[in-house]
Design a protein around this ligand. Sequence first.
Ligand code: DAH
Length: 339
Amino acid sequence: MIEKINQLRAEIESLTAAGLQEVEALRIKYLSKKGAISALMQDFRTVPAEKKRELGQKLNELKEAATARLSAMREALENADAVDADLDLTRTPIPFPLGTRHPLSLVREEIIAIFSRLGFTIAEGPEIEDDWHVFSALNFADDHPARDMQDTFFIERNPDVLLRTHTSSVQVRVMEKTAPPIRVLCPGRVYRNEAISARAHCFFHQVEGLYVDENVSFADLRQTLLYFAREMFGPETKIRLRPSYFPFTEPSAEMDISCNLCGGKGCSFCKHTGWVEILGCGMVDPNVLEACGIDSKKYSGFALGMGVERITNLKYQVKDLRMFSENDVRFLRQFTSAH
Ligand code: DAH
């Protein structure tokens, strides 16, 4: 009997099974009521009393070893099955929900990238400003309508604490602190007391550019603008400068680009003129340089300012300004692939 036990023990240690059904067949073969181990249990009854102790122990060990071995085999096969079921190498990956960058951020970054290729660096300033940086230093007359409460948000009725209406205030802060040469780009949010509609909002975004050095001329301004327009809207883009007025530049101009929708032929977007306005610019008024402590006899400069929403509308034809701040993901998701 002891040989039989040892033989079964050896058999059980080397069992293999390719599937769960085979494991079940082995269980029946060894462990069921009619199995090999049960048969030995039957034989055990006839074993002489003095051998019972030793053989009984061996028999129990055999039974435990067989049970453990078979359940280990079953477990291994079940786990392997689970992995197989999940591992389908031909399946398309589960889409990873990527966030999208806001269209205004995309356009702001693009503007910054273009100007940084010309050596402009970023400067930022506060959104809550004072009269000096937003108006007085920029040569606004005391009675200029932009100072009116209808246009400007003042804080707590204190006319010296206000939300900046343009990023030109950052020019002043930079010029006050830095000696020329200055070449900065000032992106930021601005506020105006306007009724909200598809075409106007009480806040929007601007990027201001400022270049101050010896001998900066209008030709430098024009060439910079042409470079910007072509990088932003394509190499075929034409620009046109129309005389304009801003208190802080003299002379001042507004820049149009050839309509990027119809290529200048005329369409409803450009009101059949072939041109669309995109920014204001000019030579920094000597009064502004002096107000910021820069010698206007030695230095000259140009400045330009554009609305990020306006450029974004031109690039992506967003018809309603309110969409930019509504956080409607159906709108925002359309920009997923625009890096
Ligand atoms: N600050 C002007 C505005 O908000 C935009 C502007 C025009 C900025 C001409 C400039 C400039 O620097 O030269 O409408």
